[in-house]
Write a protein that binds this ligand. Structure first.
Ligand code: UD1
Length: 337
C-alpha cells in the first residue's frame, strides 16, 4: 500500500507542484487547504497531470477541532508536509497579528495532533528569510539566523524553534525544515503555477501579469541598494526542482536516513540575481517589453541574499537542475506563473 502523506497548503504554489511530484513517486496524497489564496481548479489540474485525484479537505488549520476531527477520520498518515501559511513580506508588515496567528497557531495545532495521533514525520516549509540580512554571503545552514526584517520572516524563525523544541521533547517525532530561496516558474504542462488570488505580492507573478496586460506597470522597489545594479538581489529557484526536494526529504524521514531528528537544509541554486536582471531576463526570453518604474524600497525587504547549496547537494542528494534563465518564462499569461 502506498504511503499516505498529508500536504497542508497543497493547492498553493509550491504545494501543488509537490503534490504532483509525490503522486508521480507513488505516494497517496491528501490535501488540507482553506483556499484563501488558491482555487479548487488546481485539484483538477493536478489530476490532469498525474491521472490521480488527490484527497482534499477545505478548512483552516487554526481550527483545532476541525484539525483533530480530520486526523480522527484519516488514519494511516505517515508524514506531513506543512506549506499552509501567509507568505507576503510587505503585507506582513501591515498585518502582523494576522501573520502570527495564521502561521504559528497552525503549526502548533498540527504538532499537537502529530503527538496525539502518532504521526512521526514532518517536513516544514521554511525560508531564507530566517537569515535576515546576513553579514556574509552565501549563507550556509550554520549562518546565524538574525532578527527577521518582517513579521513574515519572524513567523518562519519562530516556527523553526517551535518545531525544533517539540521534536527534542518528543523522541518519536522527526522533522526537516527546508529553507527555500525564492521559488519561481511553473510546471512544464502549464496546468499549475503561481496563481495568487488578487494582486500578486511576489516579483515574478507581477512581471508576468504586467506582460500579459493584467497590470498597468511593475514597481521596482528600490534602485539604491549596494548591489550590481542598485536593485535588490535574491536567489530564484525553479518550483519543480523545489518540489522534488520535498519528495527526497520525505523519503529520508520514512527510510530513517536522517542523521538527527531535526535537520535543516537550504534549497537554492547558489546564484544571486537582481530584480532588474529578472526584468531584462524576462524581456530577452519573451521579446515582451515590460512597463516598469523605480519606486521606494519596500518595508521588510533585505538588500541581498543567496545560498551555499553544498549541504543539500551532498547530504540530501539534491541539486537544482534549472538556473533562473531557464525558468519557464514562456508561461507568461499571468495564469500559469
Ligand atoms: C520573501 C522571502 C522568500 C519567500 C517569499 C515568500 C526573503 C529574503 N525572501 O521573498 O524566502 O519565499 O518571501 O513570498 O525574505 N519586488 C519588486 N516589485 C514587485 C515585487 C517584488 O521590485 O512588484 C522585489 C522585492 O522588493 C524583492 C524581490 O523583488 O527585492 C523579490 O520579492 P518577492 O518576490 O516579493 O520575494 P521576497 O520578498 O524576496
Amino acid at each position: 500500500m502506498a504511503n499516505k502523506i498529508l500536504v497542508t497548503g497543497g493547492t498553493g504554489y509550491i504545494g501543488s507542484h509537490t503534490v504532483v511530484e509525490l503522486q508521480l513517486s507513488g505516494y497517496e496524497v491528501i490535501i488540507i487547504d482553506d483556499l484563501s489564496n488558491s482555487s479548487s481548479e488546481v485539484l483538477k489540474n493536478i489530476e490532469k497531470i498525474t491521472g490521480i485525484k488527490p484527497g482534499f479537505e477545505q478548512f483552516n488549520l487554526i481550527d483545532k477541532d476541525k484539525t483533530e476531527d480530520f486526523f480522527i477520520r484519516n488514519e494511516g498518515i505517515q508524514a506531513i508536509i506543512h506549506f499552509a501559511a501567509s507568505k507576503a513580506v510587505g503585507e506582513s508588515v501591515e498585518k502582523p497579528l494576522m501573520y502570527y496567528r495564521n502561521n504559528l497557531v497552525t503549526l502548533m495545532n498540527l504538532l499537537e495532533c502529530q503527538i496525539k495521533f502518532s504521526i512521526p514525520n514532518i517536513v516544514f516549509s521554511s525560508s531564507c528569510t530566517v537569515y535576515g540580512q546576513p553579514d556574509v554571503l552565501p549563507v550556509t545552514e550554520q549562518t546565524p539566523r538574525k532578527d527577521a526584517e518582517s513579521p513574515y520572516g519572524n513567523t518562519k524563525r519562530v516556527n523553526e524553534d517551535i518545531l525544533r523544541d517539540t521534536i527534542f521533547a518528543n523522541h518519536q517525532l522527526k522533522g526537516i525544515a527546508l529553507r527555500y530561496f525564492n521559488p519561481i516558474g511553473a510546471h512544464p504542462s502549464a496546468l499549475i503555477g503561481e496563481l495568487p488570488l488578487g494582486v500578486p505580492q511576489n516579483l515574478v507573478p507581477f512581471v508576468t501579469q504586467t506582460a500579459a496586460g493584467l497590470r498597468k506597470e511593475l514597481n521596482v522597489f528600490g534602485d539604491d541598494y549596494n548591489t550590481i545594479d542598485g536593485s535588490a538581489v535574491r536567489e530564484y529557484i525553479n518550483v519543480v526542482d523545489l518540489a522534488k526536494a520535498h519528495v527526497i526529504a520525505i523519503e529520508r524521514l520514512l527510510n530513517g536516513k536522517n542523521k538527527l531528528n531535526y535537520e535543516i537544509f537550504n534549497l537554492g541554486t547558489g546564484t544571486g540575481v537582481s530584480v532588474l536582471q529578472i526584468i531584462k531576463g524576462f524581456e530577452n526570453a519573451t521579446g515582451i517589453k515590460l512597463n516598469y518604474k523605480i519606486v521606494a524600497r519596500r518595508a521588510g525587504d533585505i538588500e541581498q541574499i543567496w545560498a551555499d547549496t553544498v549541504y543539500a547537494n551532498e547530504e540530501l542528494g539534491w541539486t537544482a537542475e534549472k538556473d533562473w534563465k531557464k525558468l519557464y518564462f514562456r508561461h507568461g499569461s499571468g495564469k500559469n506563473m
